[in-house]
Design a protein around this ligand. Structure first.
Ligand code: SF4
Length: 410
């Protein structure tokens, strides 16, 4: 009987699927009968109190790989502080390390402390985010810095509850901050980790689905190292991010170099290309907008967008859904009804958001009426001289169109 118990235990250990305990149990019921299955279940529970499969070697292998190959010279790793880790984690959402590094360094030079960020103007913060996209991240970062200043006496909190209560910080980002900066045993589930776990366990279903998310979180927690020095929690988090970014890449994972290859379910079944299950395809809706680039010599007229929504708080050109709305706005500014006829159309500019595609029709319009009532400077609008540095946030299309304008006027 002891031999059979051992067989069952090895079955459990070698199966990488999260539900393999139950599968193994079912197999044992069929093969050896209910009496034996009951004994093995008791044995398994005494070894493994979690309902999930525990693979102790998983974290050991990942940590061993990290010691040899992990990234240890990233700018936010020297020195490691909660503030520096937090800024890097927010910048790294949806953005690759190589893109983030110059932004991060510039951001840190301007806002070296949490207090300096909390006390900065939103224009100044957004200026440092220009070009990184997903500007809600910058607005939330600014707000969260003020929350820490006002609600935590400027000291970054160190509990999952308090960190996730900060603006713009979800569970995974909180896990990264707590494990890396505070060396706590917290799991993360960013895009890289999701990919590794989905492949390692052949997790079916798109991870935007709540049920799949739940399964992945449970797996992420199951694989956390146990009984290690607290520094290893930080190493493990970094290791999982590095593994996903450098080996278990979106296309063509480098399984030959992977420390998890031996037990990776998708590698063993030659199905790495099937995992993670892609997001169900849905055609993005198409939208269009008119942008009026009103200029006089080297000055160009900009307006500030509302604080929330697309490009919230950034500066841009007056924007309209159609020509009729653009003409009506121009008339209100004191332009002749047919002034749009003097406009020169620049090439259309296409920009893709996560939920729709926007075609921008930029129209260059010379400023016609120096003494008209309109296109005046206010808190929400200004004339920007293109030869000077702009102290505010600009969305990528606006930056690109300003570059085009500069080339045209040289
Ligand atoms: S073996 Fe390949 S698919 Fe599996 S975790 Fe490693 S890199 Fe990813």
């Amino acid at each position: 009987m002891l031999i059979l118990v051992n067989v069952e235990w090895r079955l459990i250990q070698s199966s990488p699927k999260a539900n393999s305990l139950l599968e193994a149990q079912s197999r044992s019921n069929q093969c050896f009968g209910f009496f034996f299955a009951q004994i093995t279940l008791n044995w398994r529970l005494s070894q493994n109190p979690s309902p999930m499969t525990q693979t102790p070697e998983f974290s050991e292998r990942v940590l061993h790989w990290f010691d040899q190959h992990g990234r240890k010279d990233l700018p936010w790793q020297h020195p490691i502080t909660p503030y520096r880790v937090w800024i890097s984690e927010i910048m790294l959402q949806q953005t690759q390390v190589t893109t983030v590094i110059p932004y991060y360094e510039k951001f840190m030079a301007s806002f070296p402390t949490l207090e300096s960020l909390a006390n900065a103007s939103s224009d100044h913060v957004l200026k440092h985010w220009s070009g990184l996209g997903y500007y809600a991240r910058a607005r939330n970062l600014h707000k969260a810095a003020q929350q820490v200043r006002d609600e935590h006496n400027g000291k970054f909190p160190d509990t999952l509850e308090a960190v996730t209560a900060l603006s713009g910080i979800g569970r995974s980002t909180a896990g990264a901050i707590l494990s890396i900066a505070f060396q706590k045993r917290e799991a993360i589930l960013d895009g890289n980790v999701k990919r590794v776990l989905a492949r390692f366990h052949c997790v079916e279903g798109w991870y935007g689905n709540a049920k799949v998310q739940k399964e992945l979180w449970a797996l992420a927690e199951t694989h956390l190292p146990q009984h290690v020095a607290s520094q290893r929690y930080a190493d493990y988090t970094q290791a999982m991010m590095d593994l996903g970014a450098t080996l278990c890449t979106k296309s063509r994972p480098n399984c030959e170099q992977c420390p998890l290859q031996e037990d990776c379910a998708s590698f063993k079944t030659d199905t790495t290309h099937l995992y993670p299950t892609p997001k169900p395809k849905k055609a993005l809706p198409e939208r269009s907008a008119i942008m009026l680039m009103i200029y006089r010599d080297s000055d160009i007229f900009l307006v500030k967008r509302p604080p929330s929504g697309i490009w919230g708080g950034l500066w841009g050109f007056p924007q309209f859904t159609d020509l009729e709305a653009a003409c009506s706005w121009l008339e209100k500014q004191g332009y002749a009804a047919d002034s749009i006829d003097t406009a020169s159309a620049l090439a259309n500019y296409k920009h893709t958001f996560s939920h729709y595609r926007l075609t921008i029709h930029p129209l260059l319009i010379p400023y016609q009426k120096p003494h008209s009532v309109g296109v005046m400077e206010t808190d929400e609008s200004l004339w920007y001289n293109i030869d000077e540095e702009f102290d505010g946030g600009l969305a990528t299309p606006v930056q690109d169109l300003l570059e085009t304008f500069k080339e045209l006027t040289r």
